[in-house]
Design a protein. Structure first.
Lengths: 206, 428
């Protein structure tokens, strides 16, 4: 990570390491989710091919696709946060002075953290409900629902952890008046950054 | 209640809080104020059900497909070929911008990706060939919006989910209006370049031989179109299945062009999954918010408020359109789609309009939102790729294309069959 965005001071040392670890975890989980998505696509494609050639489906593909999708979403939430992909509307933000922006950035992280906590709480209700009832899916596969649901829940927990650590770091940065650091790490992405995003990692044009 | 809810949303969104968080906070606040029941407990079931919905899995698949195409360099080849074919029209490359956007839109469900891809390929030509820069920038920003109207469109999938209408029918309905809008864009360019010949830049020379040779570069994109859209229209694949077939095809194409690598896949995964997480978090939150709004009776209140105005169906529709145009200046299109559709669609359907037809109208309004300042993402994407001058140039250049969008909405109001003819004759 570049030094500008690295929190300084002894206190944030441990926090910084935790942040690094969470970032690596989030990236890893997102890549797993990506492979899952590609696999899902191939699975569904084979299913269509089977139906149109040998005349029958593999069976249960819809259901498995749904699980992969749900897990893929929740496993990507944290990395999307780190990449500042969760949409914020910036027409007033743009006009605000730096200090006010910093405040809005911190409020935004806290709000997203609250949403993540609610998501994790709801996810927990789903998992614990299925565990208690021993629920299985109402299909030929009879999947014990707690398996996909626990994996789905795990993504939300990481999302929440990422937000808790970042909230703490953002509050510390705000208290210390480190506005440029806040803007670089948690501010709204500028248009040029967003366009670069859309183009992916292609080389800069000459 | 209606006023309080709108005010709360406006304040939180205006304060730049993340849209998804705003929707969840609103839902929880409104339910605790206006309902004696613990509505928040219902969220768990909603989140799991929506997260495993098979039709919605087409969203990340289409995004990943687009990400892979982007990195396989297919857009560059395509742009060159389109430019050779459209060089005779007054305005030359301006039409290539629209044409290439149309083709790219037919394989990609996103407007930002369309504008960014075509913009990168096209922008170096502005100065080299002496085009009017504003018009050129406008054609890129406006052409890019075709991504969400021309199938496969991610917005139409989400609209179909929210309103419980068939996505294949929506795709059929959007096809003719999508092409018509591209033609209207080109028409405006032709008219401008006839009046002001200097705007059209230096024409590209092309022989028929060059043109036919260039067709090779259009083959992959056309094949992909047949695989994805053809399979939906022919009724042998659902949107999710079509997206999967398209994804496999895109991977094969990337391999054919020698671009397939672990790095390409990982970059594509990162792009696609980040977008998916962002979109789905908003979708999940909006499903919960809409559940709350309907339980506390706000949706019904809005419906009776609108019907209490005593307007004719057409007048009501015009009010709704005006509302979307204004809101579109400040909101980003996806947020607008998921928050407003569940409230407005029942009113529109109650007036006797077809939900499929309204899906097309709504999508055009969302396209408009993409190029209206101060919040119009395509404007910023094009400006960012340009990397110099003022954003005002892009805004001014795009303004003229807004006329085409309004013209199309007018045509659809007068002749609903422009959208409804295909789904009535070929649906099912």
């Amino acid at each position: 990570m570049d030094p500008v965005t690295r929190p300084q001071g002894r206190e944030s040392g441990a926090l910084g390491r935790l942040d690094d670890a969470l970032r690596r975890l989030a990236r890893g989980m997102l890549l797993v989710a990506g492979w899952g998505l590609l696999l899902l696509g191939m699975l569904v494609a084979v299913d269509v091919a089977a139906r149109n050639t040998i005349g029958r489906n593999i069976g249960g593909v819809d259901e498995i696709a749904g699980y992969i999708f749900a897990i893929g979403i929740s496993w990507s939430l944290a990395e999307a946060f780190y990449a500042r992909s969760h949409v914020r509307i910036d027409f007033l933000y743009q006009k605000a002075p730096l200090r006010l922006r910093s405040l809005l950035d911190v409020l935004s992280i806290l709000a997203l953290g609250f949403a993540a906590a609610f998501l994790a709480f709801s996810g927990w209700l789903v998992v614990s409900g299925s565990w208690g009832m021993g629920s299985r899916s109402a299909s030929v596969l009879q999947v014990p629902l707690v398996i996909p649901q626990a994996l789905w829940f795990a993504g939300m927990v990481v999302f929440l952890a990422a937000l808790l650590v970042s909230s703490l770091q953002a509050c510390l940065a705000l208290a210390a008046g480190r506005h440029p650091e806040l803007a670089a790490r948690f501010g709204i992405m500028s248009a040029s950054e967003e366009a670069q995003e859309a183009l992916g990692a292609r080389e800069e044009k000459a | 209640m209606l006023a309080n809810a709108s005010l709360l949303l406006a304040v939180l969104i205006g304060a730049s809080l993340p849209i998804a968080a705003t929707l969840i906070i609103c839902a929880l606040l409104l339910s605790s104020i206006y309902s004696p029941l613990p509505l928040f407990l219902a969220a768990s079931e909603i989140f799991w059900k929506v997260s495993t919905e098979f039709t919605l899995t087409s969203v990340p698949l289409f995004i990943l497909l687009g990400e892979i195409l982007l990195r396989a360099g297919i857009a560059e080849r395509m742009y060159g070929a389109v430019a050779l074919w459209l060089n005779r029209l007054p305005g030359g490359l301006l039409h290539a911008n629209i044409g290439a956007s149309t083709l790219f839109a037919a394989t990609s469900g996103s407007s930002v990706a369309t504008a960014a891809t075509i913009g990168t390929v096209a922008l170096p030509e502005v100065r080299r060939r002496g085009y009017n820069e504003r018009l050129f920038l406008g054609s890129l920003a406006a052409g890019g919006t075709l991504g969400i109207l021309i199938p496969p469109s991610i917005h139409l999938i989400i609209y179909g989910m929210i309103t419980n209408t068939s996505v294949p029918k929506l795709y059929l309905a959007a096809a003719i209006p999508g092409l018509l809008l591209a033609v209207l864009f080109s028409l405006i360019i032709v008219v401008i370049c006839m009046v002001k010949p200097g705007f059209g830049g230096e024409p590209i020379k092309a022989t028929w031989r060059q043109r036919f040779v260039s067709l090779v570069d259009l083959v992959p994109i056309l094949l992909l179109f047949v695989v994805v859209i053809g399979s939906i229209y022919a009724g042998f694949a659902t949107p999710t299945e079509a997206a999967s077939l398209g994804l496999v095809f895109a991977v094969v194409l990337a391999w054919w062009y020698g671009k397939l690598s672990l790095a390409l896949l990982h970059e594509s995964f990162i792009g696609a999954m980040k977008a998916t997480a962002m979109i789905m978090l908003i979708v999940l939150a909006s499903y919960f918010l809409n559940f709350v709004l309907s339980v506390i009776g706000l949706s019904q209140q809005l419906t009776s408020f609108i019907s209490g105005l005593g307007l004719s169906p057409l007048q009501t529709m015009l009010v709704i359109i005006a509302f979307f145009v204004v809101l579109g200046c400040f909101l980003e299109s996806l947020s607008m789609l998921v928050t407003i559709t569940p409230l407005v669609a029942p009113i529109v359907i109650g007036l006797g309009y077809d939900p499929i037809w309204f899906g097309v109208i709504l999508t055009i309004l969302l396209e408009l939102a993409l190029i209206t300042p101060p919040v119009g993402i395509n404007l910023y994407v094009v400006q960012a790729i340009r990397g110099r001058g003022s954003i005002q140039d892009v805004i001014a250049g795009s303004a003229i294309f807004v006329v085409s969008m309004f013209a199309l909405i007018g045509l659809l109001l007068a002749f609903p069959d422009i959208a409804m003819w295909l789904p009535t004759h070929f649906g099912e």
